[in-house]
Design a protein around this ligand. Structure first.
Ligand code: PGA
Length: 249
């Protein structure tokens, strides 16, 4: 059985008030969620989130970071090592988000180094892949995402990996991939991973890109979609709770 996940990516948003409100909201009603829920706030709030989660009984929430360094220590001003994230209670780290690839020029090589070091530190990387609108229009989608995955495969343990398919044209735009478009790519990723190694079957594949409370259920119902990576809608406690509840199996 693959692990289903709903991961909140707050990006450069949120504050301590939202940390409290989000955990309180998810803990309400002793609701049972089928998915594992992970919150990825900006790094300064990781410890507060971890403390808040620990103080809640009955709700198992996981803490994740949005990025990490490919270095473990040393003279790298401003960087945060995966081992440090682990020490403050992170279980997950998002790596290779399209905003990091495009705005901070992160290459496949750098991303592969981050993924390997994150796993070494005991974190589960959430590797983000996805095509631009132009690449989709040129029929390059499957090729682009499999190349992005191939770049990390040499140094990765598939048993400790999550992949998020996030079409760049769907991120923060309100344009969601149709369930059929998303499933087609997820299936291609699944086939690609299985051809690489038997454990490929078990890698959770998440969809991301304008997931909202009103489209989550139909997306998550697709055979190869194991949950979602949620940006904008993860800043709204009610909406995020509805998305978490949309995972049925
Ligand atoms: P969005 O962002 O849900 O706001 O489109 C998703 C993401 O970038 O992870």
């Amino acid at each position: 059985m693959r692990q289903s996940l709903v991961i909140a990516n707050w990006k450069l948003n949120g504050n301590l008030t939202l940390v409290d409100a989000m955990v309180d909201s998810l803990a309400q009603e002793s609701q049972v969620y089928m998915a594992r829920i992970v919150i990825c706030p900006p790094a300064p709030y990781l410890s507060a989130l971890q403390q808040k989660v620990k103080a809640q009984t009955g709700l198992k929430l996981y803490v994740g970071a949005q990025n990490c360094s490919e270095q473990d220590s040393g003279a790298f001003t401003g960087e945060i090592a995966p081992s440090m994230l682990r020490e403050v209670g992170c279980d997950y780290v998002i790596i290779g988000h399209s905003e990091r690839r495009s705005l901070y020029a992160e290459s496949d090589t750098l991303i592969a180094q981050k993924v390997a070091l994150a796993q070494k530190a005991g974190l589960t990387p959430v590797l983000c892949v996805g095509e631009s609108l132009q690449q989709r229009e040129q029929g390059q989608t499957i090729n682009v995402v499999t190349e992005q995955i191939k770049a990390v495969l040499g140094s990765v343990d598939l048993n400790k990996l999550v992949i998020a398919y996030e079409p760049v044209w769907a991120i923060g735009t309100g344009k969601t991939a149709t369930p059929e478009q998303a499933q087609e790519v997820h299936q291609a990723i699944r086939d690609f991973l299985k051809a690489f190694a038997a454990e490929g079957e078990e890698v959770p594949l998440l969809y991301g890109g304008s997931v909202k409370a009103d489209n989550a259920e139909v997306l998550f119902a697709q055979q190869d979609i194991d949950g979602g990576l949620i940006g904008g809608a993860s800043l709204d406690t009610e909406q995020f709770r509805a998305i978490c509840s949309a995972v049925k199996g």
